[in-house]
Design a protein around this ligand. Structure first.
Ligand code: ACO
Length: 271
């Protein structure tokens, strides 16, 4: 898996995708959007990657869209601008949202503008306590365009979204947790180890059940109660087929036999 703007490592069933333009604070260039599109496609079918962690090289997670290579240089080239815009929107939006494997954004530093859509597209997000989040668009006389406004509407409380969008003020990882924008923050020195702990814990669970966790939640958001009941009933059958009935046979079966307590431990941890 060789990409010009990414580094990909797989170990212990966790794939770490590192945005790798540290000299440009991992700003999303057209090539980075092409690379992410291809990498997510490749990792989708890579059996040794059960969970994805997305992070950035150096002291930035991602400084947003590459303001030079995307806006300045492509603005006059309408078809190319449109092509890259579609890729940029798609991988951070629909692709991550409905990705068949769990995804975690690990925000290790600067996270600006369009990078909010990566954080929102991932299922979970963690950051270093001192990571810097900012909607800097207003500082260059713009608003959070593309997919960013929708990401704010999906994940931030209204007062927070508009405060930060209208001021361009920054907030750190600790504050991002208070706001419910990310799950957890850690001291920078512990970020990677603690994130990998979380990723490995999730990777040890049943992959079909994990996929259903995502689908059940994400599609239910857009459904009536009746439609959701019908959808999850069908989904249950899909999981049953994918794992050949394992949840009933051994998952629940071993509890019924008194072999373990799922409230206190995971079936996958049993030796
Ligand atoms: N687009 C293109 N190049 C960028 C970007 C970006 N978003 N962010 C940083 N860079 C480049 C800088 O131009 C510089 O390049 P150079 O060395 O060729 O001059 C290099 O990355 C390093 O950046 P510095 O500014 O020198 O680093 P510093 O640590 O002082 O500041 C910071 C980092 C705060 C990220 C600053 O570069 C910045 O404000 N960047 C723009 C952030 C932004 O507004 N992003 C867009 C959000 S809106 C959207 O995504 C649609």
């Amino acid at each position: 898996m060789n990409y010009e703007t990414l580094k990909i490592d797989i170990s212990d069933n966790v794939a770490t995708v590192t945005l790798n333009r540290p000299e440009k604070k991992n700003a999303m260039s057209p090539q980075l959007h092409r690379d992410m599109t291809a990498a997510l496609e490749e990792l989708r079918y890579e059996d040794s990657a059960k969970v994805l962690v997305i992070t950035g090289a150096g002291n930035a997670f991602c400084a947003g869209m590459d303001l030079k290579e995307f806006f300045h240089e492509l603005k006059g080239v309408q078809s190319e601008y449109d092509k890259v815009f579609r890729l940029a929107t798609e991988w951070r939006g629909r692709t991550l949202r409905y990705y068949p494997k769990p995804t975690i954004a690990m925000v290790n530093g600067y996270c600006f503008g369009g990078a909010f859509s990566i954080v929102e597209g991932c299922d979970l997000a963690v950051a270093s306590d001192d990571a810097q989040f900012g909607l800097s668009e207003i500082n260059f006389r713009m608003f959070p365009g593309g997919s960013v406004s929708k990401s704010l509407a999906n994940l931030m409380r209204p007062r927070d979204a508009l405060l930060y969008a209208m001021t361009g003020r920054r907030f750190n990882g600790t504050k991002a947790v208070d706001m419910g924008f990310i799950n957890m923050s850690f001291p920078a020195a512990e970020l990677e180890a603690r994130t990998m702990e979380l990723a490995r814990e999730i990777a040890s669970k049943d992959p079909a059940a994990l996929r259903a966790c995502k689908d059940g939640y994400r599609f239910s958001l857009e459904m009536s109660w009746e439609a959701s009941m019908s959808y999850t009933a069908a989904k249950e059958q899909e999981v049953m087929v994918a794992q050949k009935g394992a949840w009933l046979e051994s998952g629940i079966g071993d509890f019924v036999k008194g072999l373990y307590k799922p409230g206190l431990e995971s079936h996958s941890d049993r030796k």
